[in-house]
Design a binder for this molecule. Structure first.
Ligand SMILES: NC(=O)c1ccc[n+]([C@@H]2O[C@H](COP(=O)([O-])OP(=O)(O)OC[C@H]3O[C@@H](n4cnc5c(N)ncnc54)[C@H](O)[C@@H]3O)[C@@H](O)[C@H]2O)c1
Length: 248
């Protein structure tokens, strides 16, 4: 039986990388998929792939830092699908720089997309979930949130904030049967491409991962299926690490 039959998922950043792989995997399990992404070509490509496989999907161009754009997209997705059961918040950016060289603008931009954007998307769905008395919030955090990241202080701070936001949402929203969890991945995507382009950097990066290899985004996707499914109904406020052991 399909594990996500009658489940509708809004997935931000669903056009590329982990979001894309998650959207395809959840659609293969029967979920209806609403993709929110700034990259509308990529989002349209994912919709076509899902439809060609017999699934149901639609894309919205939305900047996750804009409450107006996110609000409109979420309202239209609810009207289109009937309801939205799950938010997978995968959209994110990096802005590499050492702290001594980092501008306030770079810090604020990375926090705006990775942390404020997470709040904006969650907030857009809370009233709907309270009304429905169910919902699942799945946010993407990072090893950087727990360990810091050389050259990524803005990103690490934002992703640590995401963990705190998830835990707060888990406690505040439990009374409405809404769960909130974080997925902590490492995967070979566009976001991590710079590490793979530099053999020395990649060697050092992989030496810190006990499994000594990359995962592909498709290796992360089954965990998104699990978190979106009823199998995870008693799980809330958790961080699920799919990171080759990086955060041990
Ligand atoms: N790849 C990794 O190793 C890794 C590790 C830890 C955490 N993560 C997190 O996982 C998530 C997905 O990462 P990925 O590797 O798939 O990245 P990616 O760069 O492949 O995809 C990110 C997606 O987010 C979209 N996006 C960026 N800014 C946006 C905005 N303002 N509004 C709407 N959409 C926007 C992009 O268009 C893109 O489709 C991110 O939150 C990232 O921080 C990734």
């Amino acid at each position: 039986m399909s594990r996500l039959q009658d489940v509708t998922v809004v997935i931000t950043g669903g056009g590329n990388g982990i979001g894309r792989a998650g959207a395809l995997a959840m659609a293969a399990e029967g979920a209806t998929i609403a993709v929110l992404d700034l990259d509308d070509d990529a989002a349209a490509g994912v919709v076509t792939e899902i439809e060609q496989a017999g699934g149901k999907a639609r894309a919205w161009r939305a900047d996750i830092t804009s409450p107006e754009q996110v609000g409109t997209a979420v309202d239209e997705a609810i009207a289109w699908a009937g309801s939205v059961d799950v938010l997978v918040h995968s959209a994110g950016i990096v802005g590499p720089s050492m702290l001594k060289d980092m501008s306030v603008e770079s810090f604020e931009r990375v926090v705006a997309v990775n942390l404020t954007g997470t709040f904006v998307c969650l907030k857009a769905l809370i009233p709907h979930w309270i009304e429905n008395k169910r919902g699942k919030f799945i946010a993407l955090t990072s090893p950087a949130a727990l360990r810091g990241q050389v050259g990524g202080g803005n990103y690490a701070a934002a992703k640590a904030g995401v963990v705190a936001l998830v835990k707060t949402a888990a406690v505040e929203l439990a009374r409405y049967n809404v769960t909130a969890n974080a997925l902590l991945p490492i995967a070979a995507t566009d976001m991590s491409a710079k590490v793979r382009e530099d053999p020395k950097l990649e060697e050092k990066f992989l030496s810190l991962i006990p499994l000594r290899r990359w995962a592909g985004p498709e290796d992360i996707a089954p965990s998104l299926v699990y978190l979106a499914s009823s199998d995870s109904d008693y799980m809330t406020g958790s961080i699920l690490s799919i990171d080759g052991g990086r955060t041990i």
